[in-house]
Design a protein. Structure first.
Length: 355
């Protein structure tokens, strides 16, 4: 019998994942991960209430339960990364880093050392692992979930073959409403009332408040695209490309269109079309197969989690591992620091960080 360590967050998705694995004949061990927070009530991913729910889930499903404390590692690898990149004037995606470094990094390593065969989470995504009958010779492919409204494959582009051969995503072939019905079937109906987490998990209220608490103000000029000074900002890290709210300038609406980090200048526009771009450069690209495909390559690209799949082409490889990508139709607010994820059909072939 194969043993699976399943991350239990105290929410419905991870709980149903564990239940499905038990029903499929796996020996399932529940694990709750403790992460860093700057407030006792800030991190909904591992609040005291979430941990108590996780323990209750394990008891209902009659499975062993453990707590992994990753507070220090989470602070260093995720939160510090988040703040450091905001200081550079770019907009990072902490969930992508957490998946790579914590959930499928530290948790996976610890689970394997304890003798587990696989780890599992409640992510809505699919791999080709089960269809290969656990063969280590085949390349594992990553796919979008059946429920496109819940699909989380976008956040998993940094995973490699070594990791994917040890990861199970039980919810890949289920829609959200089916998961809710399964929760009731498995005696987990109380989870339907659990409030969903929003924004980044370690921010108590929202990103703005978190940044104000941890980053000092650094006033600078606000200019329009023609170079006219029209105001003053309190720090470039409080703004992101495409942002409209909280600019507080007369004669708007205004949108953030660019940042000059060296001169500490925020550039805004009244013409929303200025946000449209047809090309971008992507760095630190990871190919899921472990092998770089032949370039140029036709793909569909997501430039943020909530954006659609845009027809595009990876035109050429630049120096220092960067790639030039061109879209068939211009995309709005392409934001440095965010992830660009490449798809072919339902398959995730790779991704990188927008320069």
């Amino acid at each position: 019998m194969k043993t699976v360590v399943c991350a239990i967050s105290g929410g419905i998705d991870s709980a149903v994942s564990a239940a499905l694995l038990k029903e499929a004949g796996f020996e399932v061990v529940g694990v709750f991960m403790r992460f860093w927070t700057d407030s006792p009530r800030a991190n909904r991913c591992w609040s005291r209430e979430a941990e108590l729910r996780a323990r209750k889930i394990a008891k209902i499903l009659k499975m062993p339960f453990y707590v992994f404390n990753f507070e220090k590692e989470f602070k260093k690898r995720v939160v510090d990364y988040f703040l450091k990149n905001y200081q550079k004037g770019i907009t990072p995606n902490p969930c992508v880093v957490c998946n790579k470094e914590i959930k499928f990094g530290l948790m996976l390593e610890k689970a394997l050392r304890l003798g587990a065969d696989f780890v599992a989470t409640g992510h809505y995504a699919k791999t080709s692992l089960l269809s290969l009958r656990f063969s280590n010779k085949e390349k594992i492919k990553l796919f979008r979930a059946k429920d496109k409204n819940k699909d989380q494959s976008y956040f998993l582009w940094r995973l490699n073959q070594r990791q994917l051969k040890k990861i199970l995503f039980p919810l890949g072939d289920y829609r959200r409403r089916e998961v809710q019905e399964l929760a009731k079937y498995f005696g987990l109906g109380f989870l339907l009332k659990v409030r969903k987490s929003v924004e980044v998990c370690f921010a108590r209220k929202n990103i703005d408040e978190f940044l104000k608490k941890h980053l000092k103000e650094k006033p600078g000029l606000i200019m329009d695209p023609e170079g006219r000074v029209i105001g003053e900002h309190k720090g470039l890290w409080f703004y992101t490309i495409g942002q409209r709210r909280k600019i507080r300038l007369p004669g708007g609406p205004w949108w953030v269109v660019n940042k000059n980090q060296r001169k500490n200048i925020l550039i805004v526009t009244k013409n929303e079309k200025d946000l449209l771009k047809k090309k971008m450069v992507v760095k630190k690209v990871n190919w899921i197969s472990g092998k770089e495909p032949k370039i140029p390559l036709e793909v569909k690209t997501k430039v943020r989690y909530l954006s659609g799949l845009a027809q595009s082409q990876i035109i050429k490889k630049l120096g220092r591992g960067k790639f030039l990508v061109e879209f068939k139709r211009a995309q709005r607010a392409i934001t440095p620091g965010q992830s660009a994820v490449f798809y072919q059909g339902e398959e995730v072939i790779g991704g990188g960080i927008i320069c």
